[in-house]
Ligand binder design. Structure first.
Ligand code: HEM
Length: 486
């Protein structure tokens, strides 16, 4: 659908009036379920000794709820919020206690600012744990603080400037390969770029590197392809609540580990301190408080975490951004105009903020409360796992007017709030790679909008699909390339 068609205006009209026409619709991603018309009211939150009622129970039957939540988190979240409001609980097979879900900004703030001993992350119990082992993503407490401190320097704003040229180079190479009239899954195309960037930032590997490094790159692609297969879903379910991989996952990881360990061994033998700037070289020099270097297994876990956390998320965010843009010709037209001038007036950033608001790639975040915790009228028992509904928070109509409408203008000249816009999480667990990811998305979005004209392949919005902890576009952000300029 390269030429503007009457369909475009229908899509714009229906999404912008989503709240008033919600009765006709079935799915939240079609603008289905407004969060209600309550006024924004502050809500007390935090550790408490006071009594309070348990949050309302949503649905029944732990097996049914586990399956429903695993299959379609978005739907489960919106349904719960529509029925019960800010806070509710579900019984699942994942936990002995009910899982508590909240989407109120004050509750989120209380969890983000509580400190790691009171509200630690539950990423260590996610499906990523058997894959990445113990790393900055999955450990808590003093160990987490140490690992994060070690990994921080290459992700600071100044360090990111070093990656800018690489990102632009990889983006240019990718777009040069596009042809007018062809069809693309933008998430896959963006992944070529983000994988290049992360492989070169983390391992110092680029497309010109040697044999063992190219093998590692190949193995990572294979593991990613494998994780998209239906068989992998079975392995994921088998691995639930385990800390070690099983089944297909175990087999895939054994191959990958051999390739990673080979690269680590090569680097160790040729390592000259201070010579290279990639993260692997940096970590080879790192020493903990006792003066100990990281073991091969520790290095493997940290590096794999960075590679896995650091490229599919970004690529799928690009997929979602253009999935929205090609269905919103006015916003897309403005973005193209902005990208084709020297000063974009903040519209590129605003577009990224808005697409991450309506389609956060990580739709829920987990914390465990280590004290009884007040969330509004409800009090949650110490030890409970609390999920922050990023997706439902981002669609509150008392925070965002007409929340189902895709409207980058709402972020022009506006800094997103730290407890109302949380695609990168928050507090001491906020995404380590957020600055890098933003820079990648800025360059990719601007270059794609500047050099190409894209059209939607189908008028219907793409259905969100849940893979591991992510929510990705069902058709990968499918577009038709209408034109490409050199
Ligand atoms: C658009 C892209 C990305 C999104 C949406 C995203 C999102 C997130 C989220 C939601 C968290 C959990 C935060 C929390 O629990 O509060 C997280 C953690 C993390 N992310 Fe990202 N991420 C992205 C890109 C990256 C990149 C590029 C890297 C690294 C190269 C990265 C590395 C990490 C790491 C290491 C953690 C764990 C931090 C910790 O627990 O201390 N991410 N990310």
């Amino acid at each position: 659908m390269c030429a503007p068609s009457p369909l475009d205006s229908v899509v714009v009209m229906t999404t912008s009036t989503a709240a008033s026409t919600s009765e006709h619709r079935r799915h939240w991603w079609e603008g289905a379920t407004p969060t209600g018309s309550r006024e924004f009211e502050p809500s007390p939150a935090g550790p408490t000794d006071e009594p309070g009622a348990a949050p309302p129970l949503h649905g029944s039957g732990p097996l049914l709820q586990t399956v429903r939540f695993a299959r379609d988190q978005g739907r489960a979240l919106f349904e719960g919020v529509r029925r019960h409001g800010d806070v509710f609980r579900i019984d699942t097979l994942l936990e002995k206690r009910p899982l508590v879900i909240t989407s109120h900004p004050d509750h989120v703030k209380s969890l983000f600012t509580a400190g790691p001993s009171l509200a630690p992350s539950t990423a260590g119990q996610s499906q990523l744990r058997p894959i990445v082992g113990e790393s900055v993503l999955t450990v808590t407490g003093a160990r987490h603080r140490r690992q994060r401190k070690l990994l921080m320097p290459p992700f600071h704003g100044k360090a990111i400037a070093r990656y800018r040229e690489q990102i632009l180079e990889a983006t240019t190479r990718e777009i040069d390969g596009w042809q007018a009239g062809s069809r693309l899954r933008l998430a896959d195309s963006a992944q070529q770029v983000t994988l290049d960037v992360i492989m070169s930032g983390v391992f110092g590997i680029d497309y010109r590197s040697g044999e063992s490094e190219q093998l590692l790159r190949k193995r990572i692609r294979q593991l990613l392809a494998l994780s998209a297969s239906p068989l992998a879903r079975v392995s994921e379910l088998m691995a639930m609540r385990r800390s070690q991989p099983v089944g297909l996952q175990k087999w895939g990881l054994a191959h990958l580990d051999r390739a990673i360990l080979a690269v680590i061994a090569e680097r160790r033998s040729a390592h000259v301190p201070g010579e290279r700037h990639d993260i692997l070289s940096l970590l080879l020099d790192a020493r903990d408080d006792e003066g100990e270097a990281l073991t091969d297994a520790e290095l493997r876990n940290e590096l794999l975490t960075l590679v896995l956390a650091g490229h599919e998320t970004t690529a799928n965010s690009i997929g979602w951004a253009f999935e929205r843009l090609v269905r919103h010709p006015e916003a897309y037209g403005r973005l193209r105009d902005a990208a084709r001038t020297d000063d974009d007036g903040g519209y590129v950033d605003a577009t990224i903020h808005e697409s991450m608001r309506v389609r956060p790639v990580i739709p829920v975040l987990g914390r465990r409360v280590m004290a009884n915790w007040r969330f509004g009228d409800a009090v949650v028992t110490e030890g409970s796992r609390v999920l922050i509904g990023v997706l439902t928070l981002h669609h509150r109509d008392d925070v965002y007017a007409d929340p189902f409408r895709f409207d980058p203008d709402r972020f022009v000249g506006v800094k997103p709030g730290s407890s109302t816009w949380i695609p990168f999480g928050g507090g001491d667990r906020r995404c380590l790679g957020a600055t890098l990811a933003m820079e990648e998305m800025r360059i990719l979005t601007r270059e794609i909008a500047r050099r190409t004209d894209l059209g939607a392949i189908a008028s219907s919005p793409e259905r969100p699909v849940h893979r591991n902890v992510t929510m990705i576009p069902g058709r990968g952000g499918a577009v038709e390339v209408c034109s490409v300029t050199p």
